[in-house]
Design a protein around this ligand. Structure first.
Ligand code: NI
Length: 150
């Protein structure tokens, strides 16, 4: 197990666009394992490669319901509904805010064998996936915070 250093807001890597992976190789799989370890250690539910300083389109998600999700070159190919919920981010310690995201999504991604797969997600899991995919484009949740009238 090897823990990676999580970059914090202000680091330009978090605002850069990550590049697609050409091939899922041993190095990719080691990075994914280390990203899961780092995410669990930091008590997060998702982590994207740019957050550990690597500009590749890779992210991991686990909302602690027994479903480890690996995203490699992920794309959201369909979405449905809208939901608002408070979010935070390991790269923005101490800050939270309400963000509107799709309630249900369909995702196309490569799996760890390098094969293209599609799956559906909803609720908090769908939210976490959307948050992580945003990281791959240099977008942070603080860009999307909505203020709700009291
Ligand atoms: Ni984040």
């Amino acid at each position: 197990m090897s823990l990676l250093n999580v970059r914090e807001i202000g680091d330009p890597v978090l605002r850069s666009k990550a590049k697609e992976i050409d091939e899922v190789n041993k190095k990719t799989l080691t990075l994914i394992d280390n990203m899961f370890d780092t995410m669990y250690e930091e008590d997060g539910v998702g982590l994207a490669a740019p957050q550990v300083g690597i500009l590749k389109r890779i992210a991991v998600v686990d909302i602690r319901e027994g479903n480890k999700i690996t995203l490699i070159n992920p794309e959201i190919i369909a979405e449905e509904g809208k939901a608002i919920m408070e979010e935070g981010c390991l790269s923005i310690p101490g800050e939270t805010g309400d963000v509107i995201r799709a309630e249900k999504i369909k995702v196309r991604t490569l799996n760890k064998e390098g094969k293209e797969i599609e799956f559906e997600a909803e609720g908090f899991e769908a939210r976490a996936i959307q948050h992580e995919i945003d990281h791959l484009d240099g977008v942070l949740f603080v860009d999307k915070i909505v203020k709700i009238a009291e």
